[in-house]
Design a binder for this molecule. Structure first.
Ligand code: ZN
Length: 282
């Protein structure tokens, strides 16, 4: 489940390892990968281009090309971009192979098959990314933005933090860690949060995402960097998939329940919620 820190790590790897490379041949092994244009057109347009840069916006990975177009990847649940030949499950989970000059190959492997890519013009790229909320690690994003944008909403705080239009890049692993860090119950209605809680939430967003980047991502199951290495942030998780284990803050058992349609992990003591703060009917 690549979220902001994982896509950021892949982006940095691509900058270091493949920027400047020439795409000599393109093999689309799973046509469902290519959403735009047609898979045939995708291959025709991409072959012969050079890779000029790599960026991240939210969970989108953007690869710049010398035609001015961009290759946009969404790695969704289990997508991996690998410069090393995947040895296990040969070709079965492969969706795309980009042959590069110097006899190197960039593989897109995804055992879940949900990864998607688009080849977009500058204008199409801008439109595609225009609805995304601000980047939580960039300057302009602060506690005041959070409170102004979300403070009057009656929705559950967890579902708002996952909404990419509100802020970009947070998924199900980091959101549970962020809410734990801020000591806020995932079912709290946003309009019940105090000024101090918005500050705590902001601090937890910055701290957890920065730590994730510093540790080169979280590998719970499928995430790998471009050289096939797992991240290290899984060693720092406090509640995600720790249900039944003691909370590092108070020793109570971490629980797992469905919130916002997602498996959710929290400490019922550290992240206590009063009845008034709950959303009725859920
Ligand atoms: Zn606790």
């Amino acid at each position: 489940m690549p979220e902001l820190p994982e896509v950021e790590t892949i982006k940095e790897d691509l900058r270091e390892l493949v920027v400047g490379a020439l795409v000599t041949e393109v093999e689309v092994l799973d046509p469902a990968l290519v959403e735009q244009p047609s898979p045939e057109e995708f291959v025709r347009l991409l072959e012969g281009l050079s890779i000029t840069g790599a960026w991240r916006r939210a969970k989108h990975l953007v690869v710049g090309l010398d035609s001015g177009d961009s290759l946009v990847f969404q790695l969704k649940i289990g997508g991996q971009l690998l410069l090393v030949p995947p040895v296990e499950e040969p070709r079965t989970a492969l969706m795309l192979v980009l042959h590069l000059d110097g006899e190197r190959r960039l593989f897109l492997r995804d055992s879940t098959g949900f990864s998607r890519t688009r080849l977009l013009s500058e204008k199409e790229l801008e439109e595609r990314l225009s609805s995304l909320g601000p980047e939580p690690l960039e300057d302009g994003f602060d506690a005041q933005y959070l409170r102004q944008k979300l403070g009057s909403r009656r929705a559950q705080i967890k579902s708002l933090l996952l909404d990419q239009k509100m802020m970009a890049g947070i998924g199900n692993i980091y959101v549970d860690e962020i809410l734990y860090g801020a000591r806020i119950h995932p079912r709290r209605k946003a309009d019940t949060l105090s000024a101090d809680e918005w500050e705590a939430l902001y601090a937890a967003i910055r701290a957890n995402l920065s730590a994730g980047v510093e540790h080169r991502g979280t590998t719970v199951r499928l995430y790998r960097d471009v050289l096939g290495r797992p991240g290290e942030h899984q060693n720092y998780l406090r509640v995600f998939e720790k249900h039944g284990k003691p909370c590092p803050g108070c020793g109570s058992a971490v629980v797992r329940e469905k919130v916002a349609g997602r498996p959710t992990h929290y400490c019922p003591v550290c992240q206590r919620m009063t009845r008034e703060e709950n959303v009725e009917g859920e």
